[in-house]
Design a protein around this ligand. Structure first.
Ligand code: GLN
Length: 343
């Protein structure tokens, strides 16, 4: 049973950094450009006609998405990008924002505080679960489900709500290397139907996990979810996390290498909600999905693959996105857990 209120983290996790002289990082290269180009097109062709999955409807505006949209982009840490299909089609970032806001908050609050306050373990339950909070003695569990994401957004620095929004908007835009725009229609549509997130915010306030106004936090979180991105944006955002927090094209240090590493760890264990184990087993990389149909997957040191296709499976993950990412992970040698024998 995962409910240990008096000891939510069952092992001594504080680490004495002074014992470490230098840290090894993931290495290895992507295949050469011509191979990636061919594989991106081939993968698009393989899955473009797949029709399974349902477009999200609980945010009314999302139901207007075209189920045929399908875009793929792979961005490398050296600044190259390879795309196929609707890679310029914009869509709302939704839950994928959680990973990047988490990295920004880790950067300002640090590894230990964020771990203690938000948690890193999977709930095994859907992204907007209330039961998960109750089952775990009020703990948010992790930053990739709504409870933890709301608590993470509540930790964003800023004297006013405008300052906090500015921090998030500027931070996510720096990850993308361009000014990201808000999708007003998606934002308004979710705000009009946001009772569940508001309730989660209030519940977290009752447990003392949100100490600022939960309605303002929910509004801010909904706004961060409504920023528009394409797979070209998402892939470069992911490539920044794959590159120690440095944007491969602009050269900006968006977050520290430690914050990037921490965000990737929680994406690996929890980024695909209750399907995170399946995802890691099949794909072998940190990933984060959103209900508009985006998925970003990171190969540390190498780059990032972004997919967009609105039809989702029952956990809220894009069906074509899962298929395409799995195929490319295998074809491009991206799985972090695969190795060959040293000869
Ligand atoms: N804004 C959405 C929500 O909170 C994001 C959910 C998601 O992408 N899974 O419900």
């Amino acid at each position: 049973m995962s409910n240990h209120p008096e000891n939510p983290v069952p092992f001594p996790y504080k680490y004495d950094q002074t014992q470490l002289e230098s840290e090894a990082v993931s290495t290895g290269d992507l295949p050469e450009a011509s191979i990636i180009e061919k594989m991106m097109q081939k993968t698009y062709d393989m899955y473009a006609d797949l029709t399974s999955g349902e477009v999200a409807r609980y945010i009314p505006r999302l139901a207007d998405a075209d189920p045929r949209w399908f875009g793929l982009t792979l961005a490398s840490t050296t600044g190259s990008a390879f795309s196929s299909g609707d890679s310029r089609q914009e869509f709302s970032i939704q839950s994928i924002s959680k990973a990047f806001v988490y990295a920004l908050v880790c950067d300002t609050r640090g590894h230990d505080e964020v771990r203690e306050r938000i948690g890193v373990n999977n709930t095994g339950l859907p992204f907007n679960s209330v039961i998960a909070i109750e089952l775990n003695a009020g703990h948010t569990m992790n930053p990739m489900v709504n409870a933890g994401a709301l608590a993470t957004t509540s930790l964003v620095p800023g004297a006013s709500w405008d300052d906090k929004w500015d921090f998030i908007h500027r931070g996510l835009s720096s990850f993308a290397g361009r000014d990201l725009l808000l999708d007003d229609e998606v934002y308004t549509s979710e705000m009009e139907t946001n009772l569940r997130n508001l309730s989660i915010g209030r519940l977290l306030q009752s447990y003392g996990h949100i100490t600022v106004d939960p309605e303002c936090v929910t509004e801010l979180y909904t706004r961060q979810c409504s920023l528009r991105v394409s797979t070209e944006d998402l892939a470069i955002m992911g490539a920044t996390l794959a590159n120690g927090g440095v944007h491969p094209v602009t050269g900006a240090q968006v977050v520290s290498a430690a914050a990037s590493r921490d965000a990737l760890s929680v994406m690996a264990t929890t980024g695909m909600y209750e399907a995170s184990g399946d995802w890691l087993f099949e794909i072998g990389m940190p990933g984060k999905s959103g209900v508009a149909g985006g998925i970003v997957t990171i190969a540390p040191g190498k780059g990032s693959l972004a997919t967009f296709s609105p039809p989702l499976d029952s956990a809220g993950n894009s069906v074509r996105g899962i298929h395409a990412t799995r195929h490319l992970s295998r074809k491009l040698g991206l799985n972090l857990f695969s190795s060959t024998a040293r000869l």
